[in-house]
Design a protein around this ligand. Structure first.
Ligand SMILES: [Zn+2]
Length: 277
């Protein structure tokens, strides 16, 4: 399987998920129609064949994830739009109403919906498996590289449990998330774990990629466990930074990390692509 990130709006990613050896693909979280249509056209010139969009996968109902659904349905005649069952009426043109753990196949891939409420109550991740290849997961606005989404509709308990579900996937699982927030997330993480060397390396790599105007996706479950503060509640350094008491529950600890991130503002500008002069 081939996953192509499509930058949309200011910092969103839609994705093309292309079935190997075919001209068929699915589109994940089309924020807007234009960039996705352009990406489809570019992909065609590279392979010499036009891609057919067989379905759209939506991780949740927020407009910056579904804003392009209707354009793709009308322009390309896409007939299948997937989302969680509870998002009925919130995802435009939705045709498939998935339950937690429900799977379907696309070419040689098996796609499994994983309900991960917290950011919204209907948030769902899509875990994609193909033979013996490492799985991939589309996490929307729940797990970001180096961070997690804000809790708009759920509770810290829900969000913590949802992140744990994603973190329990095989360590090699590649993570494709909904926004390019990595550098900002790592800056916050470094305030909690200034001596975490894996985090420092990941942060340098992310800055290099952003200066080259490259996406920082995908991450991996393994790297998130080593660097993402929302998955590092066992870190003594992190606990000390937030005055976390050992008697607190993991969800209470998680809530403290989330509350600190909610008010964190990076002081220096993030890396910008170098413009050739
Ligand atoms: Zn969202």
């Amino acid at each position: 399987m081939l996953t192509v990130p499509v930058p949309c709006l200011s910092d969103n990613y839609a994705y093309l998920l292309i079935a190997p050896g075919t001209n068929e693909c699915m589109v994940v979280d089309p924020s807007e129609g234009g960039p996705v249509l352009s990406a489809l056209a570019q992909q065609k010139t590279r392979d010499g064949r036009a891609l057919t969009v067989k379905a759209i996968l939506c991780t949740h109902h927020h407009h910056d994830h579904v804003g392009g659904v209707e354009a793709l349905v009308s322009e390309l005649g896409v007939t299948s739009v997937y989302g969680y069952e509870a998002d009925r009426g919130r995802i435009p043109a939705q045709t498939h109403f998935l339950t937690d753990g429900e799977s379907f196949t696309f070419a040689n891939m098996t796609i499994t919906a994983m309900h991960i409420p917290g950011h919204t109550t209907g948030a769902v991740a899509y875990v994609v498996r193909e033979g013996a290849a490492d799985p991939i997961v589309f996490t929307g606005d729940t797990l970001f590289i180096g961070g997690c989404g804000r809790i708009f509709e759920g509770t810290p308990e829900m969000m913590h449990a949802s992140l744990q579900k994603v973190a329990a996937l095989p360590k090699e699982t590649r993570i494709y998330c909904g926004h390019e927030y990595t550098e900002s997330n790592y800056r916050f993480a470094a305030t909690l774990e200034p001596t975490n060397l894996r985090l420092q390396k990941a942060r340098e790599r992310a800055a290099t990629e952003r200066r080259a105007n490259n996406p920082t996706v995908p991450g991996t479950v393994e790297e998130e466990l080593a660097t993402n503060p929302f998955l590092r509640l066992d870190s003594a350094e992190l606990r000390k930074a937030l005055a976390i008491d050992a008697a607190e529950t993991p969800a209470q600890m998680f809530a403290k990390v989330r509350a600190a991130k909610d008010v964190f503002r990076p002081s220096a500008p993030l890396s910008q692509p170098r413009v050739p002069t």
